[in-house]
Design a protein around this ligand. Structure first.
Ligand code: ADP
Length: 244
């Protein structure tokens, strides 16, 4: 954040971004429901150059037992980046960032999952980032929602996610890695469109109150686009010829 690369043109005079997109355009998004034979539910997402696989297991018994809750089920999320997922090899040990993102995604999914329907059990969500290019938490949250639905876990809605942000004093949709590094703000948003509820909102950078509102609006509009692709992935698996 904060203009680290002063030479990079993040937005040219025609309103074209460093990767050729318009200000309100997402990267190419491809979501596939299913694919992992040994998981109860799974999904794979390509969000620009992000490539992420999610496996869901459960509801299942909790070990150790004292971690279970007699009134409700629990959700456990592990976000993990492969060492080869970024240009410079990442240390395979869990980083503080991975622990934080695991928690953020768990808290963003909890309002969506009807945990009260399966007390004493756990639902485990394993997120494997195969390739990272800015916005992995949003892409992972989006894929995790599809994988939970694919596992047949009762849900109030799916959480769709995308980041909005600010580069060259302009609010943009779907912040890529360069824009995240050299831009002015990054706002990951997770949103349940049918319930009109935001379950994830973070902000890295500085915005005026008006820019903040615009960022939320642009992000929510982007989530609605992502949501259609989530539903399509499930329809393709269960009613079309995609999936397994
Ligand atoms: P998000 O992926 O949700 O945007 P961050 O803002 O923390 O989360 O990370 C932005 C991007 O920085 C990641 O998507 C990834 O491309 C890159 N990145 C994260 N961790 C590392 C790392 N250890 N080494 C190199 N690049 C990294």
């Amino acid at each position: 954040m904060g203009g680290r690369d002063a030479t990079m043109v993040l937005l040219d005079e025609n309103g074209v971004r460093c990767d050729g997109r318009k200000i309100d355009e997402t990267r190419r998004i491809m979501i596939r429901a299913g694919g992992l034979k040994n998981a109860d539910g799974s999904a794979y997402i390509e969000f620009g150059d992000n490539k992420i696989l999610v496996g869901v297991f459960g509801p299942r018994d909790v070990h150790p037992k004292h971690m279970s809750n007699t009134d409700t089920g629990i959700l456990r999320v592990r976000y993990h980046m492969e060492p080869f997922s970024v240009g410079e090899r990442k240390n395979p040990a869990p980083s503080r960032r991975e622990i934080e993102i695991s928690k953020v995604i768990k808290e963003a999914l909890e309002p969506a999952v009807m945990l009260e329907k399966f007390p004493r059990t756990a639902v485990d969500v394993f997120i494997e980032v195969l390739q990272a290019d800015g916005g992995t938490r949003c892409a992972a949250l989006t894929a995790a929602s599809v994988a939970l639905a694919d596992a047949g876990i009762p849900m109030r809605d799916m959480v769709a996610a995308v980041a909005s942000g600010k580069v060259a004093d302009t609010i943009i949709l779907d912040v890529n890695n360069e824009e995240d590094q050299a831009g002015q703000a990054d706002m990951p948003i997770g949103y349940m469109p049918s319930l009109n509820k935001i379950t994830l909102l973070q902000l890295d950078g500085v915005l005026t109150p008006d820019e903040y509102k615009k960022c939320v609006d642009v992000g929510v509009k982007g989530c609605k686009i992502v949501y259609e692709l989530q539903k399509k992935a499930l329809k393709d698996k269960y009613f079309g010829n995609g999936g397994d």
